[in-house]
Design a protein around this ligand. Sequence first.
Ligand code: FAD
Length: 388
Amino acid sequence: MQRRHFLGATPAALGAALGVPNALHAATTAGGSAMTWSGPRAIAPMRASVDRIVDVSVCTRPFRAQGPRIESEQRYGKTIVHHYGHGGSGWSLSWGSARVAMGLVLPHRPRHLAVIGSGAIGLTTARVAQRAGLRVRIYCKDRPPEVRSSAATGLWTPDSRICSSVAMPAGFAQRWETMARSSFKTYQSLLGLPGEPVEWRDGYALSDTPFDQPLPPDDDGEPDYPELSARLADIHPTSQPLAADEHPFRAPHVRRFTTMTFNIASYQRLLMDDFLREGGEIETREFFHPREFGTLREAVVVNCTGYGARALLGDDSVIPVRGQTARLVPQPEVDYLVAYRGHNLVAVPRRDGILVATQEAHDFGNAETGMDRSVSERAVERLGALFA
Ligand SMILES: Cc1cc2nc3c(=O)[nH]c(=O)nc-3n(C[C@H](O)[C@H](O)[C@H](O)COP(=O)(O)OP(=O)(O)OC[C@H]3O[C@@H](n4cnc5c(N)ncnc54)[C@H](O)[C@@H]3O)c2cc1C
């Protein structure tokens, strides 16, 4: 496949891993003439060394080839709205996706709503329902920070592993755009808050070969993903090529881009605090079969169980895509991302540390959540070498 998912073969695909595909693509295919920058800026080096790794986490993305499942059914005496399978885009798309799900809830005119799950999708679904005037109770096996969503990198990546090119249903691209724009709009209202849940950051895309030169195809078992982000060109800043004396990185080709990032820890806390402050309730409960939804007090249930839906519903369309992330000691002076094309490496400056995300061959379809520290150590060493 063409590595469209992670530091891919083209500038657009590289951006796809970062949530700025159209920006990089547009700037490159337009001849990269968007050079308006008037001089080098100070770039504090990332102190990327193995001894500064304070945490390594593994998480599986809930990928569905046909895109997220957002549909309702009448079963077990309830209206059940399924809302899961957001691949590598769950945080990014969450608000818009929640609004689509709410469109299936509201016609039933419930005053009380049950939401199963408190990951990115459950929490935002609950908040959108509260804003619509509903009383919401969340039921979940785990709550933040134990949910899988807590292990996400925290980038605006609305089209990351959101569906496969081959299985993309008719009309999906338009629905996706509506969800992405709706989410993006909500995120603009979360800027500048205490704890910086959402921030805009500059980033540097590095490459050993020119960005318009494709990387060799690899054999990691991943499908081709559609390049949807070009639809968002008007809301993504463009990227710029940098000359060798305009950056400190040991890489022959460098572009600067700008993207939105999420400080997952403070953002999750904000969502949970807002939910509780508006009268939301949360109950720890594990479901082993969907017929147990029939025992709930609420007549309408939104099933936001993410990868958990695979076991709960026996839904094999949910495919795990493993990802491992190391966290380095925070460096408040580092305010930029690094993405190294062809090396499966992205480093993101969050308030709780510098996240170093890697992707390995055979992560697609891999449900293994045990971590392999040596993989992260190699990634951190690769990152450190860029500043040597
Ligand atoms: C390494 C990595 C990096 C990522 N980076 C990004 C990123 O930068 N940007 C982005 O937008 N997305 C990113 N993602 C994708 C994003 O994290 C997912 O799409 C998102 O977490 C899915 O959220 P969710 O709420 O559906 O699932 P989860 O977070 O898994 O939440 C599911 C909830 O349901 C509950 N549950 C499950 N089964 C049951 C059950 N049987 N009974 C009761 N409760 C149950 C769980 O306890 C939990 O509360 C990344 C993913 C990975 C793996």
